[in-house]
Design a protein around this ligand. Structure first.
Ligand SMILES: *Cc1c(COP(=O)(O)O)cnc(C)c1O
Length: 392
C-alpha cells in the first residue's frame, strides 16, 4: 500500500460524524427467523442436532441445484473442509485469484498447501483463466474459483483446464448465492462449492457456511471430517483427524427461514442494481469515469455488494469519494487488497506481476447494498456522489 493510500484509509476511519445512516450491508430478516430460533430454544435443540440444520441443508442444496449440502460454522471452514476433503495437504499447490478475501488463502494454508496467486480479468474482476496454465506445476492439485462481487467466473474455460491437468475445482461462491453461469447455479459448477452465511451475505445465518456438491463420495467424506471423524459403527473410535465444523440449530433456524424467501433476497439485490445502474448512467452523461459492475451476457450477477470502479477520468479518486460519502453518513468499502501484497503472503522472490488485480483494488468501491434499501436510499447515495464530484 502506498503512503497516500494508508493516509486515506486512516482519514476515512477517523470520521465519526455524522453517524452512519447507510451501511454497506445489513441483514434482512422478515420471515420466520424469530419463530424458528425461538422454537429451537424452547425445544432444547440448540446444538448441531435438530431439524433446522437438516432442513437448511436440504433447501440450500436444492436452491443450488446440487444433491448434497454440508453445513459448516463459516465460509472459511467450508473452504478448509472442502480442500481437506479433496486430500489437499503439505507439498500441494492451489491456484486462486490474488484479488479476493483473505479466507481463501488461509483455507489453503490450513491444509499445509501453498496458495499460488493469479492475476484478475479486467472485465469480470475474477481470476483470468488465460493466466492459469503457466502457473500449473506437478504440485498443483486444485483451482479455487472465487466469484468475486457476485459475477460468476468463466467456468467452462476453467473446467477445461482442470480436466486437461487432472485438477480439482473448488468454487468460492460466498458472494454469489443464486448467481447463474450459462443458466447453471453457482455452487454446482465445480467439484465442491463453498458458501458463507456471514451476516452481510445475500442469504445469511449470522455466522455459517456450506459445501454443495453432486458427488456423493465427497459429500460423505466432508460430513465425516466435519463431524470429528466419528465412525457410524463404532462411536468414539477414530481413524483420522477430524474437525468440529458443525453449524448449530440456532443458525440452521435462521437459515431455514431465509430459504423460504431466498429467491426474493436475490432479486432484491438485483433490483438495487437496476436503480444504481440507471442513476449512475445518468450521472455519467455529465461526469464520466465510473465503471458499473459487470454482467456478461451468459451470466446472472446477483450484486451482493453493488461495486463500481472510479477511474482517473472521474476527476476524484476512489478514496476521496469514499471520504466525501462518509461525511454524509454513507458507509462504503474499498475492494480487497490483493493477496500477493498482504504482509502474510508477500513473497519478495515472486517474479510474477498482477497489474489487473492491483488496478482493480485501487479503483474499486462497494456502495450500500442491503436487500431492504429503498429507491430513495439509493438516490441519496448517487446524489452524494454527484455532489462530491460537482464540488471539486
Ligand atoms: C465472506 C467470504 C468468505 C468467508 O466467509 P466467512 O463466513 O466470513 O468465514 C470467503 N470467501 C469470500 C469470497 C467471502 O466473501
Amino acid at each position: 500500500m502506498t503512503v497516500e493510500a494508508k493516509q486515506m484509509e486512516k482519514l476515512y476511519a477517523e470520521i465519526t460524524e455524522p453517524p452512519i445512516k447507510l451501511r454497506v450491508c445489513e441483514p434482512l430478516m422478515k420471515g420466520n427467523e424469530f419463530k424458528y430460533v425461538t422454537e429451537a430454544v424452547k425445544t432444547n435443540w440448540i446444538s448441531a442436532k435438530g431439524r433446522f440444520v437438516h432442513e437448511f441443508e436440504e433447501k440450500f442444496s436444492k436452491f443450488c441445484d446440487t444433491k448434497y449440502g454440508i453445513s459448516t460454522t463459516s465460509g472459511t471452514t467450508a473452504l478448509h473442509l472442502a480442500l481437506h476433503t479433496l486430500g489437499i495437504g503439505p507439498g500441494d499447490e492451489v491456484i486462486l485469484p490474488s484479488l479476493t478475501m483473505i479466507a481463501c488463502a488461509y483455507a489453503i494454508t490450513y491444509t499445509g498447501a501453498k496458495p499460488v496467486f493469479v492475476d484478475s480479468d479486467k472485465e469480470t474482476w475474477n481470476l483470468d483463466p488465460a493466466k492459469i496454465e503457466e502457473l500449473i506445476t506437478k504440485h498443483t492439485k486444485a483451482i479455487m474459483a472465487v466469484h468475486l462481487y457476485s459475477h460468476p467466473t468463466e467456468m467452462d474455460w476453467l473446467n477445461d483446464i482442470a480436466e486437461d491437468y487432472g485438477l480439482w475445482v473448488v468454487e468460492d461462491a460466498a458472494e454469489a448465492h443464486g448467481a447463474l453461469y450459462k443458466g447453471k447455479k453457482t455452487g454446482s459448477l465445480g467439484d465442491l462449492g463453498c458458501f458463507s452465511f456471514y451476516s452481510n451475505k445475500i442469504i445469511m445465518t449470522g455466522e455459517g457456511g456450506m459445501i454443495t456438491t453432486n458427488n456423493e463420495e465427497l459429500a460423505e467424506k466432508a460430513r465425516y471430517y466435519r463431524d470429528l471423524c466419528f465412525l457410524r459403527r463404532k462411536r468414539f473410535w477414530h481413524k483420522d483427524i477430524g474437525f468440529n465444523y458443525r453449524m448449530t440449530n440456532l443458525q440452521g433456524a435462521i437459515g431455514a427461514a431465509q430459504m423460504e424467501y431466498a429467491d426474493e433476497l436475490v432479486e432484491l439485490r438485483r433490483k438495487n442494481s437496476y436503480i444504481y445502474n440507471k442513476l449512475l448512467t445518468e450521472l455519467s452523461q455529465t461526469h464520466p469515469g465510473l465503471v458499473l459492475p459487470p454482467e456478461k451476457a451468459d451470466v446472472k450477477n446477483v450484486y451482493w455488494m453493488y461495486s463500481i470502479l472510479v477511474e482517473k477520468e472521474f476527476g476524484m479518486s476512489r478514496d476521496e469519494l469514499r471520504i466525501a460519502l462518509r461525511r454524509k453518513g454513507i458507509e462504503t468499502r474499498r475492494f480487497f487488497y490483493p493477496l500477493h501484497t498482504q504482509p502474510i503472503y508477500r513473497d519478495r522472490d515472486d517474479p510474477r506481476r498482477y497489474p489487473v488485480a492491483e488496478a482493480l483494488s485501487e479503483m474499486g468501491v462497494n456502495l450500500p447494498s442491503s436487500s431492504w434499501l429503498k429507491e430513495d436510499d439509493i438516490a441519496f447515495v448517487v446524489q452524494a456522489i454527484a455532489d462530491a464530484v460537482r464540488s471539486r
